[in-house]
Design a protein around this ligand. Structure first.
Ligand SMILES: Nc1ncnc2c1ncn2[C@@H]1O[C@H](COP(=O)(O)OP(=O)(O)O)[C@@H](O)[C@H]1O
Ligand SMILES: [Mg+2]
Length: 449
């Protein structure tokens, strides 16, 4: 891996000397797309997990993380290269490898106990032993007393505990966790993550190594001994960062923060983004948290600002009073005006720009054109969507795809919120259209032919 950056934080861990649990050598995977062309999703992936190691894998949505995990679990074959588990070639699902999914993947009609026992049934463990071991795993993960509950009776965090217990019950040598915490609310996710670290440190779970796939940089830094970063198109290991701080780690510790920053920098460097993303100017900004401002409110504020008594300049509390808006209604709209260069904010004052004045004077049709132009210029996400649409052969892009890209930077709910803002602004400015029924973004009708 000559092209791989190596960043070493602190001294190298002892894990280097330990026996490999799983080894990937030059692993590649090709998928055939709908138009029957082959696309390399993974290429030349080399990765070894050794006993006693937690490795985190970061990478954008679509970089092939889940595919790689499925290959490591023996659920799908690779097209190139070799996977060795405990020294022997991996052929199909193996005892000793367990996986936890983001979606929990529980059987809704089975109780907690039955869901957990499933992992052992597949291995032919006798009934009495299954029951005993499942109970122990349920206790280990803090679900005692819920053995006979059904998944729908549990909160998301508890369901994921079941998912984890089902993996732990087999005492796997390799535990694969695919965004296991990202469907949970922040606090629940962090609690569960911290408990996993406790379990790991205590040795009670009897796991040899863990691979965590995540799109949360802090999570990776808090948990892992080593972080590998996958690039996209094709997915390959672009960088590796060793994290040798003792666990549990304090996220407010200056060294931990510095390392988190370093990983952010690596994640957003063009090299880590792969050839397709590298061409997108300032791609990291597509994750910019657009203010929650609807267009009629923005225009209303701009109109108010340019009329008497303000005539182009107002102090915000005064403007809020005049507009009859609360701060959390006014401020996002003002930020949006500033973002689009229609006004500037300084020391609690808002001032219309010359463009803002022109906008005020413009007819509705002209306003749309101006608005669209400013959105394209200053909202990286909107410009990104527009470029993707122009590049798409059929002139359409699914919102799901954009959402997945955003989720490399933002929590899922935040990604949805930001995308909704970008869609609303872009539609109004007629830089793209959006079909509510299908969730497809398209070029505006006037431009289609
Ligand atoms: N079964 C499949 N058939 C075709 N393409 C697939 C299949 N599974 C995944 N892909 C594609 O491979 C790429 C990587 O997907 P995935 O491994 O899920 O990425 P990640 O987990 O990093 O988001 C995506 O572009 C996805 O659309
Ligand atoms: Mg995935």
């Amino acid at each position: 891996m000559a092209d791989q950056d190596k960043i070493v934080a602190g001294v190298a861990g002892k894990a280097e000397a330990k026996a490999p649990v799983i080894e990937l050598r030059n692993v590649g995977k090709v998928f055939r797309t709908a138009d029957r062309t082959d696309r390399a999703v993974l290429e030349g992936v080399n990765l070894t997990l050794r006993e006693g190691e937690i490795v985190a894998m970061l990478g954008r949505s679509g970089s092939g993380k889940s595919t790689l995990l499925r290959i490591m679990a023996g659920l799908v074959p690779s097209d190139h290269g070799e996977v060795r588990f405990r020294g022997a070639p991996l052929a199909g699902a193996a005892e000793g490898i367990a996986m936890v999914f983001q979606s929990f993947a529980l059987f809704p009609w089975l109780s907690v106990q039955q869901n957990v026992e499933l992992g052992l049934e597949a291995q032919g463990v006798p009934k009495a032993e299954r029951a005993r071991r499942a109970e122990a795993a349920i206790e280990l993960i803090g679900l005692s007393g819920f053995n006979s509950a059904l998944p729908r009776e549990l909160s998301g965090g508890m369901r994921q505990r079941v998912g984890i217990a089902r993996a732990l019950v087999t005492e796997p040598d390799l535990l694969l966790m695919d965004e296991a915490f990202s469907a949970l609310d922040v606090l629940t996710g962090e609690t569960l993550r911290d408990e996993m670290i406790d379990l790991w440190e205590s040795g009670r779970a009897n796991i040899r190594s863990i691979l965590i796939v995540s799109h949360n940089i802090e999570e990776a830094v808090m948990m892992a001994d080593r972080i590998v970063i996958l690039s996209s198109d094709p997915g390959r290991v672009r960088a590796e960062v060793r994290v040798s701080f003792p666990r549990p780690r304090n996220r407010d510790d200056a060294q931990v923060r510095a390392l988190i920053d370093e990983v952010y920098a690596l994640m957003t460097s063009p090299a880590a983004m792969g050839p397709r993303m590298a061409t997108l100017a300032a791609a990291q900004q597509i994750g910019f948290r657009l203010p929650n401002a609807d267009i009629s409110r923005m225009e209303g504020i701009l109109d108010l600002l340019l009329e008497a008594p303000f005539l182009g300049r107002a102090d915000l509390p005064h403007l809020a009073e005049e507009a009859g808006l609360t701060d959390d209604e006014l401020l996002p709209a003002c930020e949006a005006l500033q973002l689009l260069h229609l006004a500037t904010l300084e020391r609690g004052d808002i001032t219309a720009t010359s463009l803002g004045r022109a906008y005020y004077a413009a007819e509705p049709a002209e306003r749309k054109v101006l608005f669209g132009r400013q959105v394209l210029l200053h909202v990286a996400l909107a410009a990104h969507i527009r470029r993707e649409l122009e590049a798409a052969e059929d002139g359409e892009v699914g919102e799901e795809q954009v959402l997945r890209e955003l989720e490399a930077f933002l929590k899922p709910e935040e990604a949805e919120r930001v995308l909704a803002v970008a869609i609303a602004w872009g539609r109004y400015g007629e830089i793209y259209a959006y079909q509510y029924n299908s969730g497809m973004l398209t070029l505006p009708e006037a431009e289609e032919e």
